[in-house]
Design a protein around this ligand. Structure first.
Ligand SMILES: C[S@@+](CC[C@H](N)C(=O)[O-])C[C@H]1O[C@@H](n2cnc3c(N)ncnc32)[C@H](O)[C@@H]1O
Length: 288
C-alpha cells in the first residue's frame, strides 16, 4: 500500500475502504480512467492495467515517475522553499506547458516543478485558470517535502507495467477486456440530494459527459467487465434503467476529516455492476 504523491481535488483517501468494499474479490487487470491523485490506485498497487487523465501535466508527471524516477529525484533537489523562488518556478511551469514539443529533460523539469508547486503552494491545491495557467499562490508549510525520494521509487515500481494515457475516459472501451475491473471517479461536486440533476455541472464535466459515462458503463457491463463508479447523489437517476447496476449511498459522516465545510452533509454514491456476493465486503463479512 503506497501513498499518493500529489494532493488532488476530489482525492478519495477518506473513502478508500467504502470504495474497495464494492470491488470484486477476483479480477484480471485494473483500470482507472480518471486517475487524479490516484488514492485508490496507489492503495491497491495493481500488477497490471491502465491509468488515464485528461490533464496533460498530471499524466506527464506519472510517466516521468514510471520511466525516470532517479532523474526526477535529482531534479527535485534543485528547488528551494522560498517565496520568490516559488513564483519563478510557477512561471517556468506555465511556460513549459505552452511548448508543443518537449524534450525529455523538459518533461522531467515540468514533473519536478509540478511536485514542488503542489508541496509548497497554498493548501497543496492544484488549480488552473481558464487559459490553463496554474495560478495557486505561495503557501506556508512547516516542512514541505518536495523531494519525496521514497514515495517516488515506490510509485515507480507500482507503475512499471501500467499503461498511462492522456485522453478522454472513453479509451477504456478498447482497453478493458472481460473480467477486468474499471473504477471511475469522474469530476463532480457533491450537491444536495434534492438538487435538480440538470443543473449539475463541474469542471467542464456536464450532464452529457455523465450520460456518456453511463453508456460506457453499460457497454463494459455487456462485455463482462466489472464497473465501479463514484459519483454525487443526483447521478443515480441515470442508472435506474440498467438492471445490472446497483446504487449504494455512502455515509457522509465518514468524510468529516476531509473538507467537510465544502461538502456539507451530502453522501456520495457508489454505483456498480458487481453482484453483492462477489464484492470484497461479502468476503470481509465471512470473517466477522
Ligand atoms: C475527481 S478527480 C479524480 C480524483 C482521484 N480519484 C483521486 O483520488 O485523487 C477527476 C479527474 O478527472 C479528470 N478528467 C476530467 N474530465 C475528463 C475526461 N473527459 N476524461 C478523463 N479524465 C477527465 C480531471 O482532470 C481529474 O483529475
Amino acid at each position: 500500500m503506497a501513498d499518493p504523491i500529489l494532493k488532488w481535488v476530489g482525492g478519495k483517501r477518506q473513502l478508500l475502504s467504502d470504495i474497495r468494499s464494492h470491488f470484486p474479490i477476483e479480477y484480471d487487470q485494473y483500470h482507472e480512467p480518471f486517475i487524479g491523485g490516484g488514492a485508490v490506485f496507489f492503495e491497491l498497487e495493481p500488477a497490471s492495467g491502465s491509468i488515464n487523465d485528461l490533464n496533460r501535466r498530471l499524466i506527464n508527471f506519472y510517466k516521468t515517475i514510471r520511466d525516470y524516477p532517479e532523474r526526477l529525484i535529482e531534479e527535485n533537489e534543485i528547488h528551494t522553499y522560498e517565496e520568490e523562488y516559488y513564483y519563478e518556478a510557477r512561471d517556468r511551469f506555465n511556460e513549459l506547458h505552452t511548448l508543443e514539443e518537449r524534450t525529455v529533460n523538459q518533461e522531467i523539469e515540468e514533473a519536478s516543478l509540478m511536485l514542488y508547486l503542489n508541496r509548497t503552494g497554498y493548501n497543496g491545491l492544484y488549480r488552473e485558470n481558464q487559459s490553463g495557467e496554474f495560478n495557486v499562490p505561495f503557501g506556508e508549510h512547516s516542512n514541505p517535502d518536495y523531494i519525496r525520494e521514497r514515495q517516488i521509487r515506490a510509485a515507480s515500481a507500482i507503475l512499471e507495467d501500467i499503461g498511462i494515457s492522456n485522453t478522454d475516459f472513453s479509451y477504456i472501451i478498447d482497453r478493458a477486456t472481460s473480467n477486468d475491473l474499471v473504477y471511475f471517479d469522474p469530476p463532480y461536486e457533491p450537491v444536495s440530494k434534492t438538487a435538480d440533476f440538470t443543473q449539475y455541472q463541474s469542471e467542464g464535466f456536464d450532464k452529457s459527459d455523465q450520460e456518456r459515462l453511463r453508456d460506457i458503463g453499460a457497454q463494459l457491463n455487456d462485455a463482462g467487465i466489472h464497473v465501479v463508479i463514484s459519483n454525487s447523489p443526483p447521478v443515480w437517476e441515470l442508472y435506474k434503467d440498467l438492471p445490472d447496476f446497483s446504487v449504494n449511498y455512502v455515509d457522509a459522516a465518514r468524510m468529516i476529516n476531509s473538507d467537510a465545510d465544502s461538502r456539507g452533509d451530502v453522501a456520495e454514491v457508489i454505483i456498480t455492476n458487481v453482484p453483492t456476493k462477489q464484492q470484497q465486503q461479502q468476503n470481509l463479512q465471512d470473517y466477522v
